[in-house]
Design a protein around this ligand. Sequence first.
Ligand code: KDG
Length: 323
Amino acid sequence: MSSPRPIASGVDFVAVGETMAVFTAPRLGRLRDMEHLTLGAAGSESNVAIGISRLGYRAAWIGRTGSDEFGALIRAKLAAEGVDVSHALIDSTAQTALMFKEHRLPEVVRVTYYRRGFAGSRLCPEDLDPELFSGARVVHVTGISLGLSESAAAAVERAVELARAGSALVSFDLNYRAALWDHEAAAGPLRALAEAADVVFAGEDELAIIGDGEVERTAFSLLEHRPRVVVIKRGAKGAAAVTAEGITEEAARPVAAVDPVGAGDGFVAGYLAGILDGGDLAGRLRLGCAVGAYVVATPGDWEGLPSRADLDLMDHGPGATLR
Ligand code: KDG
């Protein structure tokens, strides 16, 4: 007698984390000097989900929002991007978290959060429906949830368990946020999850937090545990993937940078889409760098994320007009 096949969730990718309403200053200067702010929504994990969706895969996001206008805005924005929010929680006892973005110099952004104790930080393991994970191929979490609250950190642990139960890859982006915790508090939890994930993404500064200060040695030390690859995000210098075979590097695609926030999420979305495509390591890095470049070149944390058709535009030189 054959055992029943598990019910497929219907999504390729699940992201778990907090998404906030975002208020952005429309011009250079201090927030207090702005006459108005533009309203949007963003969160590292859901930014990646949007990127995956725009690249043609079925993505879902799980997080908590309040039962307020900002929560409705977040769900509407994600749903409009094709991200499945049917398993996202609405918490009527807490408010949706907020983020404010100001450009103090043309390429330098300052971010302020109102998120501690807000709805997103109340995410807990019971919020994750196992059925959503059952057919997923990649489950993506970040260190933001680990620093946000104990229950959000426990939810991430549960997401890892559910990914394992369904044979999904666990993707972990360290995403250290100094506003949430200091290096000392973050080092242990970030290291533990980096050792337990399958694919790890980190900036050089983040690897310094969980290692001895020598970036590549720290990346190789993670390979002694579960990860098969540690991807180092180097911003304007591109990216490098550290595997048992060595280091594979990819240069950033040169673009005029207008907003660096979210570029790392774009890179992660491209790299993970490369995994879903069945692409090789060099191809995943290339796709990651291309997607990151679109985000950097566009105002907003995720608005510039490309579709497959957009990606072809990169092959045209500056000043090209396609008719
Ligand atoms: O990577 C971009 C994110 O950082 C941003 O969209 C919002 O999740 C966020 C955060 O913690 O800043």
